[in-house]
Design a binder for this molecule. Structure first.
Ligand code: TRP
Length: 481
């Protein structure tokens, strides 16, 4: 049966979930996507999906994990049996495993860049360097498949080792120190940005919006980012929920995770864009944004080499506490399903993801152009994998919301949430209708051909979908009794 134990401490889930949520998504991906998609409008869609869709689904996903107490795939299998629903809902687990595998592949490559910069900072090789030198250094890093592969390999091995040893020990005390320290250094960089950069321009860029500025794919990217940053829709939170003590409050935990995660992203965004506008750089320069701007600040700041070194070490810590949550659900599944040992399961997952990561490595250099991905999808392999995850995570979240909203009984949800009827009703309305409608809206929104028919199409789909979901589950429940 299950190898799962329960975290003894009530707060451990919160810590682990924050560790999973806060990572490259906040520091690297959020600023760069915001810059590429024009600022405020992107943030508006991102923030709306965090609160109306993200938090309810975070609660739903944790609930499914804690209710089943197994890895996502086996857990969904168990839930479909105990709730007499179609086995097709197991696809939640499979989709999640696919997303985890895809995300880890590029996550590890990007985290590798932070290894490079840790090294550069601590050796002082960037001290006093100007923007141009730093930019050229970054370009040189991207141009080297060998270097990128080396860092990618180091990072994924480190993550794999931690999961293989059993993630609970050690990580907890590490996170308790690392997360606040990371936040403090971010505030320091923000302070530097306020003093030496253009904070006003950054705030205007991030917080004034014209929704018409957002491209159709920008909508998808914003929603994808809100799932990505909360580690949602792929089973990571479900896997952690399986270890969560029954006493901890679901609602409060979910709100706390979303709050901390958003705060880190906002501070990182303000700091980075203050530097960007202060130095006259382009906000839309893509994935390199953080790695070009922050070293600029550290190059000039007093004690910058040291502070920068510590900063990048903390970035690596945040990235590792996220990447282990990508490995854990798949590894737990392989252990439960195929009776592999933990190290065998982790090795399988990590080796496969590592190999796929080589596609991301070469997307920045030898295959930046002219590949089959460009011919078929008009983008590099890395961009294509990102696009896939932007679709898979919300899709997984949609299914999780529907399953938790319709298949779980009132009593089961109340047992997990232990809240008032009012909060229960609000939550259930959100997961039954609002979250699915919002995800459907954004999916359809990003398809150009549908633009004019958007509202009626979604209305029809949601009514039919909700009715069908409700019917299926209601019929099954009546058979059950
Ligand atoms: N949330 C993490 C970040 O922001 C990345 C991450 C970890 C993740 N686990 C996940 C993303 C699961 C999606 C799904 O860096």
């Amino acid at each position: 049966m299950s190898t799962h134990n329960v975290w003894t401490h009530k707060g451990t889930f919160l810590l682990a979930a924050v560790g999973s949520a806060v990572g490259l998504g906040n520091l690297w991906r959020f600023p760069y996507l915001t810059g590429e998609n024009g600022g405020g409008a992107f943030i508006l869609v991102y923030a709306l999906t965090i609160f109306a869709v993200g938090i309810p689904i975070l609660i739903a996903e944790t609930m499914l994990g804690r209710n089943s107490r197994q890895s996502p795939i086996m857990g969904m299998r168990y839930l479909t049996r105990t709730h007499n629903t179609s086995r097709a809902w197991e696809s939640i687990g499979w989709l999640g495993a696919a997303s985890a595998f895809l995300i880890l592949s590029f996550y590890s490559v990007i985290a590798g860049w932070a290894i490079h910069y840790t090294w550069q900072m601590l050796t002082g090789s960037l001290s006093g360097a100007d923007a141009e030198t730093i930019g050229a250094g970054f370009d040189a890093l991207l141009a080297s498949p060998a270097l990128l592969t080396l860092y990618h390999t180091l990072f994924i091995i480190a993550s794999g080792l931690i999961v293989a040893m059993g993630i609970h020990r050690g990580i907890e005390s590490g996170l308790r120190i690392m997360m606040p320290a990371l936040f403090v250094i971010l505030l320091l960089v923000l302070g530097y940005g306020v003093a030496n950069g253009d904070f006003g321009a950054a705030a205007r860029f991030l917080f004034t919006f014209n929704i018409a500025d957002l491209s159709l794919e920008g909508w998808l990217a914003a929603m994808g980012q809100s799932f990505f940053t909360l580690s949602l829709g792929m089973g990571a939170i479900m896997a952690y929920g399986a270890y969560m003590s029954s006493e901890a409050s679901l609602t409060r935990t979910a709100v706390a995770v979303a709050f901390v995660d958003t705060a880190v992203a906002m501070v990182a965004g303000l700091a980075i864009f203050s530097l960007v506008f202060g130095a006259g750089l382009s906000p839309g320069q893509g994935p390199g944004l953080m790695f070009v701007t922050l070293p600029m600040a550290f190059a000039e700041m007093p004690l910058g080499a040291l502070i920068g070194g510590v900063f990048f070490i903390l970035v690596l810590g945040a990235a590792i506490s996220s990447s282990i949550s990508l490995i854990e659900p798949v590894a737990a599944f392989l252990v439960e399903r195929f009776d592999l040992t933990r190290p065998q399961a982790v090795t399988t997952m990590v080796v496969a993801s590592w190999a796929l990561g080589l596609l991301t490595v070469v997307s920045f250099n030898i295959y930046a152009e002219g590949t089959i991905f460009h011919a078929l999808f008009g983008r590099s392999a890395f961009d294509f994998i990102e696009l896939l995850t932007n679709i898979f995570m919300p899709l997984g979240g949609l299914l999780i919301a529907l399953f938790a909203g319709w298949a779980l009984t009132h009593a089961e949800v109340m047992k997990e949430m232990r809240t008032s009827e009012t909060w229960f009703s609000i939550w259930r309305f959100l997961v039954r209708f609002v979250a699915p409608a919002a995800v459907a809206f954004v999916f359809l929104r990003s398809i150009p051909q549908i633009e004019g028919y958007l509202i009626p199409t979604i209305g029809a789909l949601v009514i039919v979908g909700a009715f069908a979901a409700g019917r299926t589950f209601l019929i099954d429940h009546s058979q059950e009794q």
